[in-house]
Design a binder for this molecule. Structure first.
Ligand SMILES: Nc1ncnc2c1ncn2[C@@H]1O[C@H](COP(=O)(O)OP(=O)(O)OP(=O)(O)O)[C@@H](O)[C@H]1O
Length: 501
């Protein structure tokens, strides 16, 4: 890389064009938060180096915008094939808090998937860089095509062009196990750690963002690590279909069949994608049968159980359901908290436990959304130099919290608690002090504090005009009782889960 001639006027013009296009595509707010702080550090033969102010920001930009930045550079200057992101402490930080909220949450499937094609630079690549200060470099290269696949520097890359890259964060060690996913986790581990076939197929299913892809990647990685020579192919059903269509177009279905039928483990993610796509289903059905017959392992994931998949032929559905079907249930508070702790650790940031608890209470959908909320909060705090507090979280995540509060109201909580403890709803507002009445009322106040973002005085008003200190006392009392009495804690937790579902 020629650092001296690097930042000439024409390079800056090209960088401006890339930035202009990014702004049009991602919008003003995302641009201001993520693209504006990048600086053109160097440009040389075939590569561009961009400076990023923090490591966290580098990871986020690389995952969410890296591929697009690289392809825009290549469009404007076809000689550019590599874009490096380098943490440079001197790179500008945005002067003012970005308003509106910093960045869009990653759009469920597409953004996240696009991010997964990026890979961290290997130490060899980093050594090849000039001696310029590049302590934390991450590089985006074009996804290898079969013809141009580089000599494998990672195991994933070694697996010819068939397999999709594996996200290095999606390992068994990073998967948080709780009641909702313990069965799926155990089944996934069994497949990953058994030589030969376990359950065929293993079919993992569950709603959006509950960890199916994470488990699939973990299985593939573990198999490759532990079983040398085992050919493991992991790809999405969409990629399977595109490969099939390409083979049809190139009149090369024979080698397509050979490729897919010679693997030891075939893993196909989001199999619901082939709903209504009859030729792909037909081809997949034959591949499936051939692999089962020859004793290869198959692992599939979907958003529904095999029997509930619509527009997939009956015979394929029944084949898919004849191994082990394991579902991932919606997350609980504890699981979300565990996921948040694990993600914060992976991001290398210290987040106060009260903040993590706040997110786990307020963002109740799935792993992807809680992670998105955490990233957004940490990015905001880092970029505008604020400390991570519950108040910051309340402010930065206000849209998510509001959406949640619309779902659970104090009235819902009162009704559910009254029903559960068999007291009259009117007693939530009454002045009666008998313990049989006062305790459920305290539970309802506690849950109102946990499950809504209403203030203490506001909660008090909804309980017969009580004072905020009464609510505070109720919250403390219930926390104390829960800590000392597991049966009571379970009861309160059950109520919370019913309200959250
Ligand atoms: N139990 C868990 N432990 C750790 N991380 C989790 C867990 N569940 C979900 N996640 C995280 O949530 C995010 C979304 O998970 P993943 O992509 O695996 O979801 P999915 O079930 O495949 O969703 P989709 O159906 O949308 O593809 C990932 O970052 C993943 O690491």
């Amino acid at each position: 890389m020629d650092g001296t001639s690097g930042r000439d006027g024409s390079a800056l013009v090209r960088w401006d064009r890339v930035r202009g296009q990014l702004k049009r595509e991602f919008g003003e707010a995302a641009f201001r938060t993520w693209v504006q702080p990048l600086t053109l550090s160097q440009i040389g033969a075939g590569s561009v180096r961009l400076g990023v102010p923090t490591r966290f920001m580098r990871d986020w930009v690389m995952t969410h915008y890296g591929d697009r930045i690289r392809s825009l550079w290549s469009e404007i200057d076809p000689s550019v094939r590599i874009v490096d992101f380098v943490v440079e402490s001197g790179a500008p930080r945005p002067a003012a808090p970005p308003a509106p909220p910093p960045a869009p949450l990653p759009a469920p499937a597409t953004r996240a998937r696009a991010g997964r094609t990026a890979r961290a630079a290997t130490s060899d690549e980093t050594r090849a860089m000039p001696a310029a200060p590049a302590p934390q470099t991450t590089r985006i290269e074009p996804a290898p095509t079969p013809a141009a696949a580089p000599a494998a520097s990672t195991r994933e890359a070694a697996d010819d062009g068939l397999s999709a890259p594996l996200d290095p964060r999606f390992t068994f060690d990073n998967f948080v196990v709780g009641k909702p996913n313990e069965f799926a986790y155990a089944a996934a581990k069994r497949v990953a750690e058994t030589e030969g076939v376990s359950f065929n197929p293993l079919f993992l299913y569950g709603g959006v963002g509950l960890g199916k892809t994470h488990l699939m990647h973990a299985i593939a990685r573990r198999l490759r690590e532990n079983q040398a020579g085992c050919r493991v192919i992991y790809l999405s059903a969409e990629q399977f279909m595109h490969r099939f269509i390409r083979a049809l177009r190139q009149q090369d279905t024979l080698s397509f069949k050979e490729q897919f039928r010679s693997v030891d483990v075939l893993m196909v993610d989001d199999i619901q994608f082939i709903s209504g796509k009859e030729s792909t289903q037909e081809e997949f059905f034959h591949t499936f049968n051939a692999l089962v017959d020859q004793g290869s392992q198959i692992v599939l994931s979907a958003d529904k159980s095999p029997s509930d998949l619509e527009n997939i032929g009956q015979r394929l559905r029944s084949r898919m359901g004849c191994g082990l079907v394991a579902d991932l249930h919606p997350t609980t508070y504890e699981l979300r908290l565990g996921i948040l702790q694990s993600k914060a650790e992976q991001m290398g940031v210290e987040v106060p436990s009260r903040v993590l608890e706040f997110i786990a209470h307020k963002v109740t959908t799935n792993g992807r959304e809680v992670e998105g909320a955490l990233i957004r909060l940490v990015a905001h705090a880092q970029l505008v130099g604020r400390t991570l507090t519950v108040e910051t979280a309340q402010e930065v995540l206000h849209d998510l919290v509001r959406a949640y509060d619309r779902r659970v109201s104090i009235e819902d909580i009162q009704k559910k608690v009254a029903e559960h403890f068999k007291i009259r709803l009117a007693d939530m507002h009454s002045a009666r002090r008998a313990r049989a009445i006062a305790r459920p009322r305290q539970v309802a106040m506690y849950l109102s504090k946990q499950l809504t973002s209403r203030s203490l005085p506001d909660i008090g008003r909804n309980f017969g005009g009580r004072d905020h200190t009464t609510v505070m006392h109720a919250v403390r009392k219930i926390e104390e009782l829960m800590a000392g009495d597991p049966a009571f804690a379970e009861d309160v937790d059950l109520l919370r889960r019913m309200l959250e579902s």
